[in-house]
Each structure stands twice: as structure tokens, then as C-alpha cells.
Ligand binder design. Structure first.
Ligand code: 5GP
Ligand code: ZN
Length: 142
């Protein structure tokens, strides 16, 4: 369960613990990740405590999306990496450790040691069309 009382990102929003802030407005805040996986790794969060994409207010998310693009462009302008990964983990199974919605902005370069790891043989066979159609139908009507 999530609790804004002892949430580390809520504490950053309240100024109770330090952070290297990039920008903030009434709805969101961007700051440097304290354990960067690459130089320039930073985070964008809503100021209000939402756990992740499952509960975030959609208007707040629309604002965050715009700010995510702005921040990604700023990081690109300053560091000129080969690429930038934007990611968000929703839930423990997806690797979410801090239960306050956050977007990662991670500069990437060709050959860098960081990346998603897929099983080596995962492209040996495509998924059966029936299964893809069935899942697509479930998602369509959800
Ligand atoms: P997650 O694994 O939940 O997607 O990512 C959480 C991120 O928050 C990690 O990249 C981690 O380094 C970062 N992080 C955890 N605690 C702090 C902190 O106190 N300050 C900052 N700036 N980043 C933090
Ligand atoms: Zn929080």
C-alpha cells in the first residue's frame, strides 16, 4: 500500500529532503536521480501523491506528458546523447521501487551497459495470431 506520509518523493516536494531540482510548477517537479544509471538521469513527478498510471488523474497526466517532452528535449539539448529512454514502472512486477508516480529520463548511448534484458531466444517464434487477436479484442472492449 502506498502512503504519502512516508513517501520519499512527497518529502522532496515538501522540501524535507534535498534534491537537485531542474524545474517545478504547481503540478509537477523534475529533479536529478540520486542513483543515476547514466549521466543526466532525471525524474519527473506529479506533486500530488499518485502511485502510478493506475491511479493518476488524467488531467495531471496530460500536463506531465507535456513536461516530459520538454524535459527530454532539454536533456537532449545539453548532453546530446545517442538516445533518451523515457520509462515508467507501474507496480513491483514492473520494477517500481518508489510508489509515487515518476517518469525516468535516461540518456543512452550506443553500446552503453544499461538496457532492458530480453531472453536471448525470444524472437525465435512469433506469437500465434489467434492469441494476439484475442488479447487485442480484450483490450479493445476493456
Ligand atoms: P523505480 O525503480 O521506482 O522506477 O525508480 C525509483 C528511482 O528513484 C530510482 O532510479 C532511484 O535511484 C531514485 N531514487 C530513490 N530514492 C531517491 C531519492 O531520495 N532522491 C532521488 N533524487 N532519487 C531517488
Ligand atoms: Zn508521494
Amino acid at each position: 500500500m502506498s502512503n504519502s506520509e512516508n513517501c520519499i518523493f512527497c518529502k522532496i516536494v515538501k522540501g524535507e529532503i534535498p534534491a537537485s531540482v531542474i524545474f517545478e510548477d504547481d503540478q509537477c517537479m523534475a529533479f536529478m536521480d540520486i542513483f543515476p544509471v547514466s549521466k543526466g538521469h532525471c525524474l519527473l513527478i506529479p506533486k500530488e501523491h499518485y502511485v502510478n498510471m493506475m491511479d493518476v488523474d488524467l488531467d495531471v497526466l496530460a500536463h506531465l506528458s507535456k513536461k516530459l517532452a520538454e524535459l527530454t528535449r532539454k536533456v537532449h539539448k545539453v548532453l546530446r546523447p545517442d538516445g533518451i529512454l523515457n520509462s515508467v514502472a507501474n507496480g513491483k512486477g514492473a520494477g517500481q521501487e518508489v510508489p509515487h508516480l515518476h517518469f525516468h529520463i535516461i540518456p543512452r548511448n550506443v553500446g552503453d551497459p544499461f538496457g532492458f534484458r530480453f531472453p536471448p531466444d525470444y524472437r525465435e517464434s512469433m506469437a500465434p495470431r489467434e492469441e494476439l487477436d484475442s488479447l487485442a479484442e480484450k483490450f479493445r472492449s476493456a
